[in-house]
Ligand binder design. Structure first.
Ligand code: NAP
Length: 345
């Protein structure tokens, strides 16, 4: 008789139970708005300051989203604010390294939006500065902090799928021509905004690949428009990942094993449901969760607060090593399709 298994409960605590830190928000764009909303709605974290390139946009952001926060007219002023414990870096990808460095050298802990940098070299530099300054530093790869992915990790660790052999995922989203993802000067293309989710998950499930094959096509603005990647993780495991800025695709993920397949329907990287179907006809396992969207950002903030108050400088949920390995994989794919960023030319 095959062993029976039922889904474990999540081990992720309620974000409200985390000790409160005083957050400073660096950059007041699309994701900063959602991060602040999640903190205020679903945690006891405090947003005490925002920093912007201009006094006007910082004030307007604070007035609309976090009226109790001080608005600083520059990022330098924000990181110098003695009331700020931790800086959330929410600027475009190619500004993450300089802005994270600015905050860390001012003695602030940092949570840096994904991708942590544009390439592995920059990510290693961030890791080196974190080690030098002794502050907490992690990539805000929010999916991995969600209860759903904690349960998935437990399922995989228990061997429920048998030997893991394959991972298949896509992430496509249609963007209008004026979005920053189309801009070469802001490290555009789908890889860093979107592809980083399936590539991160592929590595977390099957390990660092020993071979990468990529083919891509360009967008009219000149940045990469879409790319398909095959990753080989040792002799018997393989991932297939597609990412595109042309079309909104289902954005599902499948983890295939010798005994069962785990399917995360789109949108896989957000809160939501998944299921495990067994090859021997056993009843499937179903994880049912309302897809509550960006309030899920509360979990990464809560984990950050717990680690910092415990005196730790990283989180096992998203170690810097994993952020570097993800970028190294994407670097190799971009090398093969000739999609270099301005900073790399
Ligand atoms: N976790 C997620 O689900 C998620 C979702 C979307 C984006 N992100 C990540 O978050 C980062 C920001 O993305 P976003 O969509 O929020 O971008 P966005 O809306 O363009 O906002 C970026 C902000 O950065 C600041 N900034 C600094 N230098 C800039 C420059 N040269 N050009 C434009 N803005 C500049 C601006 O704030 P000030 O005017 O205040 O200085 C701007 O509002 C990206 O790395 C992205 O990958 C994560």
């Amino acid at each position: 008789m095959p062993q029976q298994f039922s889904l474990p409960a999540t081990t992720v605590p309620d974000p409200r139970e985390a000790p409160a830190l005083r957050w400073g928000i660096l950059g007041t764009g699309w994701i900063a708005e959602r991060f602040v909303a999640a903190l205020l709605a679903a945690t006891d974290q405090r947003v005490v300051a925002v920093g912007s390139r201009s006094a006007g946009s910082g004030k307007a952001f604070a007035a609309e989203h976090c009226p109790e926060a001080r608005a600083h007219p520059s990022y330098e002023d924000l990181v110098a604010d003695p009331d700020v414990d931790i800086v959330y870096v929410a600027t475009p990808h190619n500004a993450h390294l300089p802005h994270a460095e600015l905050a860390m050298r001012a003695g602030k802990h940092v949570l840096i939006e994904k991708p942590i940098a544009i390439n592995a070299g920059q990510a290693r530099r961030i890791a080196a500065i974190a080690a030098e300054t002794g502050v907490y530093c992690a990539e805000a790869m929010w999916s991995f902090f969600l209860p759903k992915f904690d349960v998935i990790r437990q399922v995989l660790a228990a061997g429920v799928l048998g030997e893991l052999r394959s991972f298949i995922a896509d992430f496509g989203e249609h963007f209008d021509d004026d979005h920053r993802i189309l801009r070469q000067d802001l490290a555009g293309g789908p890889m860093l905004d979107l592809g980083t989710y399936p590539v991160s998950l592929a590595l977390s499930v099957l390990g660092v690949p020993d071979d990468v094959v990529a083919r891509g096509t360009a967008a009219p603005s000149g940045v990469n428009g879409q790319v398909g990647m095959i990753l080989r993780h040792g002799a018997d495991r393989q991932s297939v990942v597609h990412t595109s800025l042309f079309s909104t695709t289902p954005t599902g993920a499948i983890i295939g094993g010798t005994d069962a397949v785990l399917t995360i329907p789109g949108v896989f990287y957000r809160p939501g449901s998944f299921r495990v179907d067994f090859h021997d006809g056993r009843a499937p396992l179903e994880y049912v969760e309302e897809p509550y969207g960006y309030h899920g950002l509360a979990y990464e903030a809560a984990e950050t607060a717990r680690r910092i108050v415990a005196g730790e400088v990283s989180t096992p949920v998203r170690p810097l090593r994993d952020s570097i390995d993800t970028l190294a994989t994407m670097d190799e794919a971009r090398r093969q399709i000739g999609a270099a960023f301005d900073e790399e030319k």
